[in-house]
Design a protein around this ligand. Structure first.
Ligand SMILES: [Zn+2]
Length: 249
């Protein structure tokens, strides 16, 4: 978010905003190509320790760091972000693409986090909603200690831009979470709504930002997820991740 709009949003806020550091996707500014990794990491550390641009508003976590394919530039930003994570103790969130049958991308991203001085346990893989189609892959990723985020609740279209990318319903998302809780991964699950289109906002006919709290809580109960488990996913897990820890180095 650009500095002027960030300042404006914070003035108007009625809920806690959590500004983030780092770049999303492979549509990077020219500095990403030109700067060495250390300098990119320095910028993210500055956004956390001093503030974003001249706002004085400090970022609360790093990400989401876009890693679709991932491209060379995306990998470079991830290494810089991971370095910044190690230096600050911040949570790192990675945006990643996933197609059915892809058994390697998520593990490679976690390999990069480990190799660049970060912490997989302080890392969240965003947009995993479709990965429930491959429970074995989900388990193998979670066994490394990462947290996964089902975060497109309310987005109930049949496919996401391609015919091999079926989008699950909210019921399927909740049943996936129940399966993962039963498998012992409750403390590595978080949820969110990736409100990224105007049409997702209630003013434009979408489900709006309150969808999980207003409409889905009865659904969790009806589908066999206990209130304790819901509290862990909605409160305890995000609180643990968003609190800063001691720097790794
Ligand atoms: Zn994303």
């Amino acid at each position: 978010m650009e500095a002027r709009r960030l300042r404006h949003a914070l003035r108007r806020q009625r809920v806690a905003l959590h500004p983030d550091a780092g770049d999303v996707h492979d549509c990077h500014p020219p500095e990403v190509e030109e700067w060495p990794e250390d300098r990119l990491a320095d910028l993210m550390v500055r956004e956390i320790e001093e503030g974003v641009a001249d706002t004085g508003v400090r970022a609360g976590h790093i990400g989401e760091i876009g890693c679709e394919t991932p491209t060379d530039r995306e990998r470079k930003v991830l290494r810089a972000a991971t370095q910044a994570q190690g230096r600050t103790g911040a949570m790192l969130m990675i945006h990643q693409g996933w197609k059915p049958g892809d058994q390697v991308t998520q593990h490679r991203l976690l390999d990069t986090v480990e190799a660049s001085g970060g912490s997989v346990r302080r890392t969240v893989l965003a947009h995993v909603d479709r990965t429930g189609a491959d429970p074995g892959l989900q388990a193998s990723v979670l066994e490394r200690g990462v947290t996964i985020e089902y975060d497109i609740f309310g987005y109930e279209v049949s496919r996401a831009g391609a015919w091999d990318r079926e989008v699950p319903s909210d019921i399927r998302r909740i049943l996936d979470l129940r399966r993962l809780i039963e498998a012992g991964f409750r403390d590595q699950l978080v949820v969110a709504q990736d409100i990224c289109f105007k049409t997702m906002q209630s003013a434009y006919g979408g489900v709006g930002y309150s969808h999980i709290l207003r409409r889905l809580l009865p659904g969790f109960r009806a589908l066999g997820v206990s209130d304790d488990d819901v509290h862990a996913i909605l409160v305890t897990n995000p609180m643990r991740l968003l609190n800063f820890t001691e720097p790794v180095e």
